[in-house]
Design a binder for this molecule. Structure first.
Ligand SMILES: Cc1ncc(COP(=O)(O)O)c(C=O)c1O
Length: 370
């Protein structure tokens, strides 16, 4: 029902696209009339299916009794812990309510209608949504083999370009750009451009395969590295992430954040999770094992997929939207990819073995390949 508020909105707001998240289990159960939501398998939001670290759960239980207090708005202890772990200074770290909030803060600081962002055409869609939100131009650079083409992205930089976003590994393709490409790109990036590396899935890679971008932060380059506790650490519901950048950039981000942007439960859980290296190692191993399961089963079903280094796979199924809907009726939620210009694909998040078996069985049934 319209009451005229749209006419009062800032120009462009009514035209902004709304982010389409993975569908919640309860919503699908309601819509399809399933009496029982328990056996619905959600493989749609690249969550960690193995749950949070037990250390984080204990920290949350301890923190619960203090929820009548505001959180530490400066996130003092968590920033200390992140800084110590990454060998940077606490002043080079800022925490946010999920890495999505940090991406928006970057928009607040750097973007307006006089600027452009450079993104890859099949990169995480939130970058272009944020560009649009701040009225910036969005320069979209085709990927090569479903991978960021950093040479082409460097070529696309103009005097108006203010931020280049690079998801590494990228969602939804699961692909990685390596150190040599990053170093070549960084040699070409001019001083008027901020490079935002989004490493949401970085911890899933063995240490020796994780590209190193923090040296650029330590050198004082215009680099912002964004990470999250939502994926490998299994804390998506708490909404907590962080960014590592030179002090000057962090000081700007502080000016555009809310005083208590991260809740106290999340601060406590993230501190405990950060110390649990054994948990991260376990998740890395389990995800690799389950990715391998998918590779074998999808190959047996004669389905093409993009080789992924993250906890999800882009699978070519024909009519992606139709297959997504048919899978939902089999109580398996995946993600359609038409929004990414990939109408023939769905994205499947790696779940537990039981969930992955359910997904493969449902795929085989829906595609008539049982
Ligand atoms: C590449 C990438 N960056 C950032 C995010 C946002 O994560 P969060 O806001 O939960 O930290 C996601 C979530 O899917 C992602 O895939």
């Amino acid at each position: 029902m319209k009451n005229g508020m749209t006419a009062l909105a800032r120009p462009g707001v009514a035209d902004l696209a709304v982010y389409e998240p993975g569908r919640p289990i309860e919503e699908v159960a309601r819509e399809l009339g399933f009496a029982n939501a328990d056996d619905i398998v959600k493989l749609a939001s690249n969550e960690n299916p193995f749950g949070p670290s037990p250390k984080a759960l204990r920290a949350m239980r301890r923190a619960a009794a203090d929820m009548h207090r505001y959180p530490d708005g400066g996130a003092f202890y968590l920033r200390q812990a992140i800084a110590a772990k990454l060998e940077v200074r606490p002043g080079q770290v800022l925490v946010g309510s999920g890495s999505n909030e940090i991406l928006e803060l970057i928009g607040h600081v750097f973007l307006d209608a006089s600027t452009d962002i450079v993104v890859a055409d099949r990169a995480f869609v939130v970058y272009r949504l944020i560009g649009n939100m701040f009225g910036a131009g969005v320069i979209s650079v085709p990927m090569k083999d479903y991978t960021h083409d950093l040479d082409a992205m460097a070529d696309a930089i103009t005097p108006r370009t203010r931020v280049v976003f690079i998801a590494n590994p990228n969602n939804p393709t699961g692909t990685l750009v390596g150190q040599a490409e990053i170093d070549r790109f960084m040699r070409r990036v001019p001083a008027h451009v901020v490079v935002c590396f989004d490493e949401a899935y970085g911890e899933l890679l063995p240490r020796d395969r994780q590209p190193e971008v923090l040296p650029y932060v330590r050198q004082g380059r215009n680099v912002m590295t964004v990470r999250t506790f939502s994926k490998t650490y299994g804390l998506a519901g708490l909404r907590i992430g962080y960014v590592v950048a030179p002090e000057e950039g962090i000081a700007l981000l502080h000016r555009v954040r809310q005083p208590f942007n991260v809740n106290a439960m999340a601060l406590a859980a993230a501190r405990a999770a950060l110390e649990d290296d054994a948990f991260v190692e376990k998740i890395r191993r389990l995800v690799a094992r389950e990715l391998d399961f998918y590779r074998r089963k999808l190959t047996a079903l004669k389905l093409n997929f993009i080789p992924s280094v993250a906890n999800f796979l882009l699978v070519e199924v024909g009519e992606g939207r139709r297959v997504f809907e048919a899978l939902q009726r089999e109580r398996v939620i995946v993600r359609p990819m038409d929004g990414y210009g990939l109408p023939r694909h769905v994205r499947i998040t790696v779940g537990t073995r039981r969930e992955n078996e359910r997904c493969i069985e449902a795929l085989a049934k829906v595609l008539g390949r049982a």
